[in-house]
Design a protein around this ligand. Structure first.
Ligand code: CA
Length: 652
């Protein structure tokens, strides 16, 4: 066979004959035992493959090069007798294209910058009691996701995190940090426990390429949406990126600590493209793992130079193997797929079915961005928002319709949404509340497919967006009381929407990036969470906290089932007010037999009439914890504060 010509390689790799001849389902990657280690690589177009051995993750000499044996279906293997833990290696893959030295796509550990793979005894990387670590039980009613970059979480010197752990995995292992270490205002994991979110979503934590792990990090910053090794953690977040086992152990310590705090860990995974053309996948089977244009060149549906060919059988297998590996080895509780619209529906459903087979696997979250980053060569059904009806009910999507309806579109900074009084904006709010199950714009199978949110790492923070709509030249550091009320209203809406709520870290304390809409490589100082602000905006943090707990106290709101969305009754109110009622489901343990919710996006007080019965005020536009104290009864009518969400509950 010839794989030199990109055009013929495209035809070859897309042919049924190739799929039949080379779809390999045996083991791949390093297989360590104390007696010896197998290395296995899938490289069907290779003429020769050898392994190069090194004592160190970088520098030093190659201590031996050994030929590998060709086995069935394009697999190559070698057995290295003896305890090889700590040995570094690369492959030299000779194709008709020439020879390439490459890391192992299935590497479990690697040296600095992920260039040399490492054989690792994974049991030696387990922290104490790791075998007892398990995923916390987090039913749909309690789910709320909080998204953060490892770096942003603790880079702020005021975070109370010791300097050596700032910006590192290990910052998550400190459960009692406070602002400046003074014992008053919780920060880090301590803050999260107080807030009451269920899942921490980590922005890329697989090994990425845009930060040089060998150089000081002070002047470097990147979100990391640029994978180099899919099956091992990023080194710059570890305390020692030069020794491959350290990042593995510290990552596990982080997961264990988050689990012990009662929360799950979601990984942001970016299989849709790789950082460079020279990468471990292209190095082993040139062109196979990436979609190609008709002329054989790489297509660019990711907007980052290439796109992963999830529909090709061994690429699909690679993606599924990798997700299952993180779930098993690192006890990950959920996966968030970057540019999920670049994967085919079949791959995602197959992955869902494979995760479901793991112990407790049905509870592992799967959701993603239902769009692409450019013109794609995926000629299958895409895992995007038009094809929700083809995706599993337990594969969710970020709902940009909900996001934009509440706070305005994210491409034009000045576009208002419902909370800023956009005329006619109320139409979409009801649809968002019912997770679009009752709208013709989207056709989710159930609320479980909808992620309700108003801010994520991309685009303006919620605070910046509110300020940019209000002022031509905003001072983002001003404590603007109207923007603050609009912020509470935005939270009051999406935290009472069906579907899974999601927030960008720091949204709950008016996080600002000073109007920067894309900070992926802005300085750490702009990106990092400003923990002083968490103290300054304590009232807003409490508002989120109260709403999250209130939501959990009324489980039907978090239900993933379609009939629960159908049970919402909307009132006919004077626009732009929106009001609705939802009765508790039989025996679901709700604190109230019925919930009543009103949104008022105007600058005026509004009075609305209440349905029959005795209602108690649970939350208004200022306090979301009224339900925890002495309850105020309302009969007949209730007054809605300007820019407010008002929630009432019926006792019986
Ligand atoms: Ca890296």
């Amino acid at each position: 066979m010839s794989a030199i010509n990109p055009v013929t390689s495209k035809a070859l790799f897309e042919s049924d004959a190739f799929a039949q001849q080379y779809s390999y389902d045996g083991p791949l990657g390093p297989d360590y035992t104390p007696q010896g280690t197998y290395l296995r690589l899938w490289a069907p177009t290779a003429l020769r493959v050898s392994v190069n051995l090194y004592r160190r993750g970088d520098g030093g000499f190659c201590i031996g090069t050994l030929p590998m044996e060709r086995r069935e279906k394009g697999a190559w293997t070698i057995y290295l007798p003896g305890d090889k833990h700590g040995l570094y290696y690369t492959f030299t893959v000779q194709t008709e294209d020439g020879a390439r030295e490459t890391g192992d796509p299935y590497a479990r550990a690697a040296g600095v910058n992920g260039i040399r793979s490492m054989i690792v005894d994974l049991r030696r990387t387990d922290p104490p009691d790791w075998a007892e670590d398990c995923r916390p039980d987090l039913p749909p009613s309690r789910r709320a996701i909080w998204e953060v970059s490892v770096r942003d979480f603790s880079q702020d010197p005021a975070s109370g995190v010791p300097r050596r752990f700032q910006g590192k995995y290990l910052a998550f292992t400190l459960g009692t940090t406070t602002l400046d270490g003074r014992g008053a205002c919780p920060t880090g994991l301590n803050h999260l426990r107080w807030l009451g979110v269920s899942h921490v979503q980590l922005m890329p934590v697989f090994d990425f390429g845009s930060v040089d792990e060998a150089k000081p990090l002070r002047r470097q910053y990147n979100w990391g949406y640029d994978p180099t090794n899919y099956n091992l953690p990023e080194g710059s977040y570890s305390t020692d990126p030069f020794h491959g086992e350290v990042r593995v152990r510290e990552f596990k310590q982080m997961v264990q600590a988050i689990h012990q705090a009662g929360m799950g860990v979601v990984m942001d995974v970016v299989y849709n493209h790789t950082y460079r053309y020279e990468n471990v996948l292209n190095g082993t089977v040139p062109y196979y793992f990436f979609r190609q244009n008709e002329d054989g060149s790489f297509s660019n549906g990711s907007g980052c130079g290439n796109e992963f060919a999830s529909e090709r059988p061994m690429a699909r297998r690679f993606l599924i193997d990798s997700v299952l590996y993180w779930a098993r080895e690192y006890h990950i509780d959920g996966f968030r797929f970057d540019l999920m619209g670049l994967y085919d529906v079949d791959t995602m459903n197959l992955l869902r079915a494979e995760l479901d087979k793991l112990p407790g696997g049905e509870e592992i979250l799967m959701y993603g961005e239902p769009w692409q980053g450019g013109q794609s060569q995926l000629h299958r059904y895409e895992a995007n928002k038009n094809n929700l009806s083809m995706l599993s009910e337990r594969i969710g999507v970020f709902c940009d319709d909900t996001r934009d309806a509440i706070k305005g579109g994210c491409f034009d900074a000045r576009t208002p949404g419902y909370v800023q009084g956009k005329p006619g904006g109320f139409w979409d709010i009801g649809a968002a509340v019912a997770a679009w199950c009752r709208s013709d714009r989207l056709s989710p199978r159930a609320p479980s497919q909808i992620i309700s949110y108003v801010s994520a790492h991309d685009n303006f923070t919620l605070w910046d967006k509110l300020m940019l709509v209000r002022y031509k030249k905003p001072d983002f550091m001003t404590n603007d009381t109207i923007a603050l009320a609009q912020n509470r209203l935005a939270a009051g809406i999406y935290l009472t929407c069906m579907g899974t709520p999601f927030m960008q870290a720091g949204e709950e304390f008016a996080r600002t990036k000073k109007g920067q809409g894309n900070s992926y490589r802005s300085p750490a100082s702009l990106n990092q969470l400003d923990w002083k602000r968490a103290s300054q905006y304590r009232g807003l943090v409490d508002y989120y906290r109260g709403l999250l707990a209130l939501r959990a106290a009324f489980p039907r709101l978090g239900s993933g089932n379609r009939e629960d969305a159908d049970a919402i009754r909307f009132f006919s109110l004077e626009p732009p007010l929106v009001g609705w009622q939802l009765d508790a489901a039989e025996g679901d343990g709700a604190c109230w037999s019925s919930l009543l919710v009103f949104y008022n996006p105007t600058e005026n007080y509004k009075s609305v009439s209440l349905p029959e019965g005795e209602w108690r005020l649970l939350s208004d536009g200022i306090s979301s914890s009224l339900w925890r104290g002495e309850l105020v009864t309302r009969n007949g009518r209730v007054s809605l504060l300007p820019y407010s969400a008002t929630i009432l509950g019926r006792w019986n």
